[in-house]
Design a protein around this ligand. Sequence first.
Ligand code: ADP
Ligand code: MG
Length: 333
Amino acid sequence: MIPDDPFRRRRAIEMQTLRESRVSPHVPMGEGAEFNTIRQMIERWGPHARGIGDDAAIITSPGDRTVLVSTDTSVENVHFRRAWLNPEEIGYRAAAAALSDLAAMGATPLGILVAITVPESWRADLDRITDGIGEAAAIAEAIILGGDTTSGTELVLTLTVIGTTRQVLHRKNACTGDRLYVTGRLGGPLAALRELQAGRHPNPVHRNRFARPVARIKEAMWLSEHGASAAIDISDCLAAELGHLAAASRRQLNVRLEDIPAMAGISATDALTSGEEYELLVASPVDIDTNEFRNAFGLELTRIGAVTEGEGVVLTDSAQPVALPAGYLHFAE
Ligand code: ADP
Ligand code: MG
């Protein structure tokens, strides 16, 4: 069914075209333990995997669109701990984090490649990890196109994502006079991590933001269509990403502490230093209607400042400059 709303309508038609461009079935694979494992993963993914089994995945580039590729690795005890997340969450989160990089470029996902290193001690959890990856793929309407499976000493997930867009949201595009916006409310992942590191149970709302982040793909496309010209996803933390955006654009980003959107009970400083949010920081030369955004996605969009000539990030509290807090190091002991 083609929806009435022009944005959703355009996206529905686009998704239909993309789906039609990648209808190839799987290629039958031979015998062996490794192939049995791969077959089992493909079976669990059902319609979310396609065209797997040859030496390389084939992508048909749709017409006038730019193709984007990004890869992300999650390593046990570096990016996640077994005690903190269940296997579905580990798979889901690795895929959502990779997909978030496509969102940050304003791209629609086409496909995902899943490279996985599975130690013996994780073998029994592979189905659940597979399900988590499949769920993230389904939510993002991305198709799993292939991957690689090996044994090893630690669980490692390397997710490569492929997307397309007509309009790239470059990091370097923030210009003097642009407005700065942030999606969602920040701080949940940091609050959850603090509790987990202290051996306590985090608030479920905070834990959910940590364990089940959402790649803001549709939101990024909407923002791009409504004037945004630069974007970055918040993987390190907002304070750090502001620095990256300022450096890439060679501009000064001016942000008001009182405007930082924090979750209930979270300080603005914690919201600025919380990582792995996967919300978006965008710059736009025109005003974006934050109410319209909220109505479209059930998610906040907050104006946090503006871009001027200069360099770096200037944070103010009641118009007085204050130091930008340093990022929070997850595994610093
Ligand atoms: P090759 O020997 O050509 O590297 P593999 O034996 O590694 O191929 O994999 C066989 C097929 O299964 C390929 O199409 C590959 O993309 C797919 N594959 C392997 N591991 C995975 C995985 N973890 N997820 C999805 N597809 C996979
Ligand atoms: Mg291989």
